[in-house]
Design a protein around this ligand. Structure first.
Ligand code: NAD
Length: 382
């Protein structure tokens, strides 16, 4: 319970600086609803959120000439957490343009040292029929997917193409250091401790040397977490198990490319892109709000800027509101407030309220973005 206090020193300690980077398309619409949830938490507790907005993405290219202006980067770096909307859209799709809106995300990841991408995939009982998979397969799914974000095939050198007398060739490099593997696996072990205490480490150890190192480090680290059950799974088996028996998973950790593919696959379990939050962390999650440990993180819905529905009040704000819940839990140590937001989402869905993306044909209680946001905010109780 977050108690009210009249102690000024304590109250001052409970101030958090949040950078708000709404971006393009539906980004500003869904961020507005996330902000409402933060303001509701302020009313219910002694916590103060100092909120500051900056431009990123296509709108920043238009107004300042770069997708990640220095002022936005500086704001993110000095904040306790970043809430990011989405960037991009057809207006900025020219592949020959010197800047792309998506460079904002890559720049932030690099500058903030975000190495662990967390995507909880939870199927709300009231939305069992929204997924393309059978309700009997997805009932009870509650997985925390963790993807390594800074290493592996996407970044290591050499990475190039060249011409030979026998045609074109290309190479990418899959390289990992012990430190990179250990820190992301440790996030997995720590978070599994607070859940159902099972960690699935994904690799391709039957073929890849980097995977054999990954598995070795997972086994070494597991001796520090005797309470967590560690299992190893080959990435191809894991891809099948995610759609065949997804309830068998609790926390799942994978290197960058495997994680990229598996997290998108797992997203279909929840029905709509508009439902799924994500968090990218630069350190271990905070356990509580007394911990001085800094756990800077960037929080964002997994969906893009959805230009097809932007400006129409049709975007589902739940992914963003759930991203705020993750922010409270992992970066600010305010787990109880995070759980209160999640419970409010559950309650509103159980009452039958829907945005168009999760509504069944002919449903009557279809809400706009701001109506759904307000319903959830009104249901938050601490
Ligand atoms: P998208 O996620 O924007 O949209 C895919 C589909 O899902 C669309 O039909 C859209 O209407 C729907 N959708 C997305 N979010 C929704 C929400 N909150 N509520 C209801 N429906 C929702 O993916 P896309 O169409 O491939 O990409 C559009 C733009 O977004 C592109 O420029 C792409 O590069 C960019 N993008 C950005 C990010 C990011 O900022 N992190 C991520 C993915 C794509």
């Amino acid at each position: 319970m977050i108690t009210r206090t009249t102690n000024n020193r304590k109250a001052k300690e409970m101030q958090y600086n949040i950078a708000l980077l709404p971006g393009d398309g539906v980004g500003p619409e869904v961020i507005a609803e996330g902000v409402k949830a933060l303001k509701r938490i302020e009313v219910l507790t002694e916590v103060t959120f100092n909120l500051e907005y900056e431009l990123v993405g296509g709108i920043a290219i238009d107004q300042v000439g770069t997708p990640l202006p220095k002022v936005a980067l500086d704001l993110a770096c000095k904040s306790d957490a970043v809430l990011f909307g989405a960037v991009g859209g057809p207006k900025w799709d020219n592949p020959l343009a010197p800047h792309r809106p998506e460079d904002a995300i890559l720049g932030l990841r690099k500058a903030l040292g975000l190495f662990a991408n967390l995507r909880p995939v939870k199927v709300f009982p009231s939305l069992l029929n929204s997924s393309s998979l059978k309700p009997s397969v997805i009932e009870g799914v509650d997985i925390l997917m963790i993807r390594e974000l800074t290493g592996g095939l996407y970044f290591a050198k050499p990475k190039k193409r060249w011409q030979t007398s026998r045609g074109r060739r290309a190479v990418d490099t899959l390289r990992y250091t012990e430190g990179e593997i250990e820190r992301v696996l440790r996030v997995g072990f720590e978070l599994a401790r607070g859940r159902r205490k099972k960690l699935t480490s994904v690799d391709k150890a039957n073929v890849l040397e980097s995977s054999r190192l990954w598995r070795e480090i997972a086994i070494e680290l597991s001796s520090q977490y005797p309470d967590v059950e560690l299992e190893h799974m080959l990435v191809d088996s894991c891809a099948m198990a995610l759609v065949r028996t997804p309830t068998r998973f609790d926390v799942l950790v994978a290197e960058n490319m495997f994680g990229d593919i598996l997290t998108d696959e797992a997203a279909i379990l929840a029905g709509s892109l508009g439902m799924l939050p994500s968090s990218s962390l630069a350190g271990m999650p905070r356990e509580d709000n007394r911990s001085r440990r800094r756990a800077l993180g960037l929080y964002e819905p997994i969906h893009g800027s959805a230009p097809d529905i932007a400006g129409q009040g049709k975007a589902n704000p739940i992914a963003t509101i759930l991203s705020v819940a993750l922010m409270l839990r992992y970066s600010l140590g305010l787990s109880e407030a995070g759980s209160a937001i999640e419970a409010a989402v559950d309650q509103v869905l159980t009452q039958g309220y829907r945005t168009p993306d999760i509504a069944e044909a002919g449903a009557s209680d279809v809400l706009s973005t701001s109506e759904m946001g307000q319903r959830i905010v009104d249901a938050i109780a601490l």
